[in-house]
Design a protein around this ligand. Sequence first.
Ligand SMILES: Cc1cc2nc3c(=O)[nH]c(=O)nc-3n(C[C@H](O)[C@H](O)[C@H](O)COP(=O)(O)OP(=O)(O)OC[C@H]3O[C@@H](n4cnc5c(N)ncnc54)[C@H](O)[C@@H]3O)c2cc1C
Length: 310
Amino acid sequence: MISTEELLDAIKGRVLLGESMKEHTALKVGGSADFYVDPLDRDDLCRALSFFEERNLPYTLIGRGTNLVVHDDGIRGAVIVTSRALGNYTIKKNILTCSAGVPLPVIAEKTFSLSLGGLEMLQGIPGTIGGAVAMNAGAYGQEMSGVVSWVEIFENGKPRVISAEDIRFGYRYSSLGESVILGSGMKLEKLSTAEHGRRSQLRREAFEKRALSQPLSWPNAGSVFRNPRPEENPSGLSAGQMIDACGLKGTCKGGAMISQEHANIIINTGEAASADVMELICLAKEHVRKMFGVSLELEVKLLGYEKTLC
Ligand SMILES: Cc1cc2nc3c(=O)[nH]c(=O)nc-3n(C[C@H](O)[C@H](O)[C@H](O)COP(=O)(O)OP(=O)(O)OC[C@H]3O[C@@H](n4cnc5c(N)ncnc54)[C@H](O)[C@@H]3O)c2cc1C
């Protein structure tokens, strides 16, 4: 058992008991975390991590909660949030050194404004650098793995730097697994004026495409399913195209709906429960399995679930 006083003594930042995760996730579903820890700075975050590790107590690190589905019964143990504690970055020449809690849109905008390329197409991804490195986030031909030179993790009570050569990256995957990411160094490309102009145009087109094809005004967690590997998917369709072909756009369970604009996105129309979202996930999986013989895998991360229910 954690003594709450002991925890409050150990951490300088905010510690909230029984904090609803609806407030801290883009999809706005889910119950409460036993402890919601918002450390003040990097040292404070490391202290919080050590506090839970030394006592062998469960904790989950989150960034901006843009890729999460939290169980209605909430999360046992602590949720430790990085946004405030790990919020610094520096740019020297074409080298970006960025703490894990910095929002990716901020960095994508800033670096491109300095004529540095490599992250500009990722501006529409609303997560943090830590979440993006962990997931190897990507869009419109760019992925985090294209720029990451090294990653700093917190391991056995201290920071350790891992070179990119020692990390495996794949489609929405990194071998960093459960590692706690404190920050990352990235090597960006210096852009000529002509190349900056060309990419500005590509970026504008990507923004327009995103605005037209995604339900940006509704709470959601981005793509629910990964696109299946080509060798397991003779149809060649994306996850969203398969769900659409099953006629599921607009299907509702409680307050959750398979988006009319993008079949691989589930939106919260107001009062969705996590159970509603999970029903839609299972429904989509079942239909796609029957129609295409493909077993869809989740891209969103489930928190508080012992296992996927289908
Ligand atoms: C409208 C919308 C559009 C999106 N578009 C895209 C897109 O085009 N491409 C794309 O790839 N994704 C997209 N996403 C998904 C999401 O934004 C990304 O996966 C993002 O990288 C998640 O970052 P986060 O900080 O919100 O992570 P969270 O959702 O907070 O966490 C996601 C996972 O990362 C882990 N994590 C977070 N921070 C750390 C850390 N510091 N160290 C270790 N693990 C950590 C968490 O434990 C969890 O497992 C979209 C989401 C939304 C809502």
